[in-house]
Design a protein around this ligand. Sequence first.
Ligand code: FES
Length: 568
Amino acid sequence: MKEPANKKLTSYGDAGFSQFIRQAFNRHLGFDEEDFQKPVIGICNTKSEINRCHTHIGPLVEAIKKGVLMAGGIPLEFPTISLGEINTSPTTMLFRNLAAMDTEEMIRAQPMDGVVLIGGCDKVTPSQLMGAASADIPSIIITGGPMNNGEYEGRTLGACSDCRFFWQEYRGDNITEQEKDAINEALAPTAGHCMVMGSASTMAVCAEAMGMMLPGGAAIPATHNARLKHAIETGKKIVELVNKGITPSQIITEKSLDNAIRALMAVGGSTNAVIHLIAIAGRLGIKLPLDRFDELSKTTPFIANLRPAGKYQMEDFFNAGGTPAVLKELESLLHLDELTVTGTTLKENIRDVTISDVYRDIVYPFEQPLHKEGGIAVLKGNLAPNGAVIKPKAASKDLLNHRGRAVVFSSTKELEKMIDDPTLDIQADDILILQNAGPVGAPGMPEAGMLPIPQYLLKKGVRDMIRISDARMSGTAFGTVILHVAPEAAVGGPIGLIQTGDIIVVDVDNRKLELLVSDEELANRKASWTPPTIAARGYVQMYQKHVMQADKGCDFDFLLAPQKEKVR
Ligand code: FES
């Protein structure tokens, strides 16, 4: 095998022997030495039967290989960690950085000139982008694509917004056991990742908007012929990127991240994307403060009518033109000269995009948006000095500016035990607080932020309350939920000092989150606070020692690139 263009192969201290042994071992696929003079393309494969969102990607990997071969490269598939939301405990977020390290180091350690990253489920796309950004060889990302719509008795179902919606209805005695079981069978009807604008779809849209995925890739359903075509195109294109020497650090810039944030706001995407985009930026030494999300949200119209904040799902979004249609509408706000994995600019990519009037209830015109502002707001105040986030469009309007009594749960375990206890006397206008569910405290910042409504309130018809935590929530979740409070309780943040009965003011219009307790009283409470013990050993200990707070992207502190300089 020839030495890859941008890295040194291991030497055994004898260059001739190194070449000899590699030649012998590389014959196993039937390629000869001449073939290895062509661009070698790694295909970073996250196929897994436990991660159901990635079960089906085998044929896509084969399609990518076809594309690579057609373009004159040699495709070599290799495995990396696969993270599936539903079957990974305690939370996939605990392992996002591990997956990113795996991706980075395997790209760096193995001989390849370029890489195609294939994933899809929530944490996989960001971990692959983080790893590729750090390794910085020519890279393209592709996902397995979203599921097709589900259906139950004429109603469209979406995983997993409807998993949450119908579970809540079941707890509120609004649907029967039989209905619950029938809905369960229809919730995830095909291969693919969740088909609402949850975290998986959001990160795919962001990857496309920042230029790391070929145009249109985010929305193509997992089962559609167009996804195989997209995979073949990706295989062809990576060879071209290798030949042109285009790497992620030329594509992921301050400006292209702005484009990704604009797209995030316009589609009402997941709050998780805020954490992931900050982490991706950090891998390239780009400072991306939380306030930038609020600035861009205030000036980006919300134009994609997609669940959980809107009405439609990814299959419908695909028919309406997907991310290119959104980017076309946002054109006047975007940095159009940014380079993308097509080898040309965003401007070129969307030049000929048109949107049929038939789909104007899915992608709204820029001039007549669904909402004037984007889908995420950043709140600050003495309860969250370094920030917190909320999706106002997925919340109840009447709760966006509210003053209420705190009811505190000190952990997810206590929440589980106590939430339905009627002696707590929780009222609908109270504010539920979850502490110690952040990056260090949980650990791993689980998607526990959409706290369940107490059953006795559900039975009275209550469907939303203000909930505040240092946790995250699934991109498919909804409600008046304030998340990512930083600093978190486990590092001494004010959220950990709240007591039941304290009064909290939420003022989303003015971006405020205040705890009406005096500084003196808070200082007294802090004096008796003790930090939690961390894990005794292993990866979790390393995670707790090195994970940064939500406003810094939850990456490990030692993985950040020096600002504006390469790691190696
Ligand atoms: Fe994988 Fe929802 S469980 S995207």
